[in-house]
Design a protein around this ligand. Structure first.
Ligand SMILES: *Cc1c(COP(=O)(O)O)cnc(C)c1O
Length: 370
C-alpha cells in the first residue's frame, strides 16, 4: 500500500470537468434596489398558472412521500394534451437533466457533439462533461446553417443539438430545413430538437419535433419544458418525446425520483389551466413587437425573434455594457450574452405590458444620454 505512488496530493476532477465554464444564469438581484424587473431568464410574463400554484399548496402535506418515479399522471396528461403516446415520454428535472443524460448515453470520450455557434450553452456544458468534443458550427445571420452542420459531421459525430426556436438568438429554422438536416445526417446520429419555446411559434408549417420522432428513424428526440410559457422554471420540469429505444436507455440512467411530487402535481394542473398558453402567446406577440419597435424608434437595432425574448444590438461591446448598467440602475435586469459570443447585444425577455413600457422608457433615456 504505502509504496504505491499516487499521482496527485488530493482528489482530482477529470480534466474535462475543469474545461467547463459554469453556466451563468440570468441575474436576479441588484444591490440596493427593492423592486426588480427581471427580464433575464425568459420565465414567462405572467408567473405560474393559478391552478399550478393551488396544486403545489395542496400537495404540501404529502411531501414525506416519494414521488411517482415514472411521473405517470404527468405523462398521461402530456400524451392527451399533445396527442402523443405516454409510453414514449420521459419527464426530467427540467430538460437540462435530459440534455445531460443524452450526452452521457450517446456521446462521451472520443466522440463529437455538434451544436450551433450561438446555441444553448447547456449543450456545451453537458457535452464536455460527458467527455465528448463539442463543436460549435457557424450560423448564417444568427440562424442555424444546415449545410454547415452536415459539413461538420465526422465518423465520430454522435449527437446534434438544435434549439428551435433558438435561445438566445430567437431565430427559427423552417420545418423544411429541419427535415433537410435530418435527411443529411447519418442514421446513427441522434438529432435533438429542443423545443423549449415551441408554444410561441405561429408558423403553420412548424412542428416542435414529434413528426420527425414518429418518422421511424429511431434517431430524433423532441425536448420540451414547463419553464417558459408555463412559468414554472422553479419547479424544474421538462420532458422528452423519443423513440422506444431512447426511452429505454434514458429510464436506465435518469434520476429515479427525478421529478418531485410538487412539480408533478403542479405540471398536471398547469396543463389544465384554461387558456393559459393562448393568452400568454397572444400577449407575447403583441408586446415583443411593440418593444422591438420602441427600441428601433430610438435607433437600437433589434433582431427578429419568434420566442418570448429578443436580442437588442447596440453594435459595440462598450455600448451594450453601458446599456446593461443603465438598465440596472433603473432596477431592470436583462441578459448579457457576451458568453454566447454576442458581446454587442443584450437579450431581453418580454414581460408584462408595464415592464415592456419601463424597458422602452429606460432605453429611450439611455439613447438620449439622460
Ligand atoms: C430554458 C431552456 C431550456 C431549459 O429548460 P429547463 O426545463 O428549465 O431545464 C432548454 N433549452 C433551451 C433552449 C432553453 O432556453
Amino acid at each position: 500500500m504505502t509504496d504505491i505512488v499516487r499521482p496527485a496530493p488530493r482528489p482530482m476532477p477529470r480534466a474535462e470537468v475543469m474545461q467547463i465554464s459554469a453556466y451563468v444564469s440570468g441575474e436576479s438581484k441588484i444591490e440596493g434596489v427593492n423592486r426588480i424587473i427581471k427580464l433575464s431568464s425568459n420565465e414567462g410574463a405572467f408567473g405560474p398558472p393559478p391552478s399550478a400554484q393551488a396544486a403545489f399548496v395542496k400537495v404540501a402535506s404529502e411531501m414525506h412521500r416519494y414521488p411517482d418515479g415514472g411521473s405517470n399522471a404527468l405523462r398521461r396528461a402530456l400524451g392527451e394534451r399533445f396527442g402523443l403516446d405516454p409510453e414514449r415520454i420521459v419527464c426530467g428535472t427540467g430538460s437540462d437533466e435530459l440534455i445531460q443524460h443524452i450526452c452521457h448515453i450517446y456521446a462521451g470520450p472520443g466522440t463529437d457533439i455538434l451544436m450551433t455557434m450561438h446555441g444553448f450553452s447547456m449543450y456545451q456544458i453537458s457535452g464536455t462533461y460527458s467527455g465528448a468534443r463539442v463543436i460549435k458550427v457557424p450560423e448564417k445571420n444568427l440562424c442555424t446553417d444546415v449545410d454547415a452542420l452536415i459539413a461538420n459531421v465526422t465518423p465520430e459525430t454522435r449527437v446534434v443539438f438544435i434549439a428551435n426556436p433558438n435561445n438566445p438568438t430567437g431565430s427559427l429554422l423552417p420545418q423544411s430545413e429541419i427535415e433537410r438536416l435530418r435527411a443529411g445526417l447519418p442514421d446513427d446520429v441522434l438529432l435533438v430538437l429542443d423545443a423549449a419555446y415551441s408554444e410561441y411559434v405561429d408558423d403553420p408549417d412548424y412542428d416542435a419535433g414529434a413528426k420527425l420522432v414518429d418518422a421511424g428513424g429511431e434517431n430524433t428526440i423532441m425536448l420540451r419544458t414547463f419553464s417558459k410559457v408555463f412559468g414554472m422554471g422553479g419547479m424544474r420540469v421538462g420532458w422528452m418525446y423519443a423513440p422506444a429505444k431512447v426511452i429505454d436507455a434514458m429510464n436506465r440512467v435518469r434520476g429515479v425520483f427525478n421529478v418531485n411530487i410538487a412539480a408533478q402535481h403542479a405540471a398536471v394542473a398547469a396543463l389544465a389551466e384554461p387558456g393559459w398558453v393562448e393568452t400568454s402567446v397572444a400577449h407575447n406577440k403583441t408586446w415583443r413587437e411593440w418593444l422591438r419597435a420602441a427600441l428601433e424608434a430610438v435607433a437600437i437595432k433589434t433582431w427578429p425573434s419568434v420566442g418570448n425574448f429578443f436580442l437588442a444590438d447596440f453594435e459595440s461591446d462598450a455600448r451594450a455594457k453601458q446599456a446593461n448598467e443603465y438598465l440596472k440602475s433603473r432596477g431592470i435586469i436583462v441578459r448579457g450574452v457576451a458568453g454566447y459570443h454576442l458581446p454587442t447585444m443584450l437579450r431581453i425577455t418580454v414581460g408584462t405590458e408595464e415592464e415592456c413600457r419601463l424597458v422602452a422608457a429606460a432605453l429611450a433615456d439611455f439613447q438620449a444620454g439622460k
